[in-house]
Write a protein that binds this ligand. Sequence first.
Ligand code: ZN
Length: 424
Amino acid sequence: MQLSRRRVHPRRAASLASVTALTLAISTSAGTGQLTADSAAPGSVAPVRSSALRPCMIHGHPNIQMPEGIPTPSGYARSTGTVHALTVMVDFSDAPGQGSALSRFAEFFPQTRQWFATGSYGRLDYRPEAPIRHWLRMPKPFKAYGIERGAPFDPGYRQLVQDIVAAIDPKVDFRRYDLLNVLATPNAGPSALDTVLSVTFAGNTDAPLADGVPVANASFIYSRQDDGSGSYAVTGYRVMPHENSHTFGLPDLYTQEGGTAVGHWDIMSEDWGADNDLLGWHKWKLGWLGDAQVACVTGHGTAAYTLTPLARTGGRKLVFVPLSSRAGYAVELRTREGNDAAVCRPGILVYRVDADVDTGDGPITVYDSQPGSGGCTRSPNVQAELSDATFLPGQSFKDTKAGIVISVVGKDRSGNFRVHVTRR
Ligand SMILES: [Zn+2]
C-alpha cells in the first residue's frame, strides 16, 4: 500500500511547529558567537577550511534559527569522530511497553549507525548505547506530559527529560554522551500514519542539567513509520538519522507543501520510503567532505570540473557557485549506490542553498531538469516529480539574470561526470 501524501502531511506541519518552538530555546541562548570561523560544534574536529573556499561558506542572518550556513553555530552535537548516543526506551502506565525494550532499540540500530558510517565515508563513528536494557517506566502517564504534535519543549518535554534524568542519573554519566535518544513505546500516542510526533530539540542550552551539562541535543521517537508496504523492517529506522541530523545542526528541508522543494534527495526532506542520502552541501557542512572535495567557483569565464558519485569515497563531490554571501548554487553527482536506493536517473543535481531561509521554509530548492514530467520513480513514499530532476550530458542549467550556466558535458567509464560552469 502506498502511503498517501495527505497522511504524510500532518507530520510536516507538526515538526515545523515543534522546530519553531524548540528554536525559541536556541535563540534565547544564541548570544554565544554566531557563525565565526571558530564557533563550529564544540568537541568536534572543526574542519580547517581553506581560504579559497571562504566565498562559498555562505551564512545567514543571526536570527535564522537553524541555518544552512557554514560553519554551523555552536551548541549542536559533534558530527565527526566518535559520537556517543545515549539511548533510553521509555514506557508509561497508560502505555506499557510491549515486547522487550531491546527489540524497540533493534528497530533503529545498528541500521542508523551504518547509515551514518556510509554517508560520512567513515568520518562519523556513531555509537548507540543503551546502558538501561529494560523499559524505563515514567512516573506519570503518557497523557500527563501533554505531548502532541507541535508540543513545545516546555512544560511536557522538560518534565519528561527531568524524569528520565532522575531515573537513570545514578547509573549513567551524561558527560560521556553527545546526544540523547528517547525511544517511546510505540503504543504511546497516535499512529505515525496519522501524526508523526517524533521531534528533536537541538542546541537547547536551556534544557535540564544532568551531571552538570544541559541535555541540549535530544531526539524523541514515537510510533512506527510503517506505511504498510512491507518495508518497515528495512526502512522504518530512517526517522532516527533524520532526527539525529537535527542534533548536528541540519534544518528540515520539507515545507508546508511536503517534499516538493527537495524531493527524495536528502533525508531532511523525506525520511519515509527507500533509503536516501544527504545532499553534498550537508556533507560539507557536517565535516564529511574535505576541502579538496569541494570547488568554489568565484572567477569569471568557464571552468571545467569532474564530479565523482556522491556515494563513493574520494574525489570531488561538490561544486558551489556563490551568488552572494548568503546564497548560491550547488552541483553534485547522484547515483543509485551507498545510501541512495531510489535514484532512477543518475546524473547531476543542481540546487540553490539559501542561508537566510529558515528550517521548514525551504532553505534548499532542487531544480528540475524535466519539470512536469511526473518523475521516474514508482517507489512508495518517494516524491515522484523531482526524482528525474538530474541533468544529463547535453543539458544545462541557466540563471540568465545572474549570468551563470552549468552544463553537463560528458560522462567517463568510471561513471564520473564532467561539468562546465560559466560565470559572466
Ligand atoms: Zn525534522
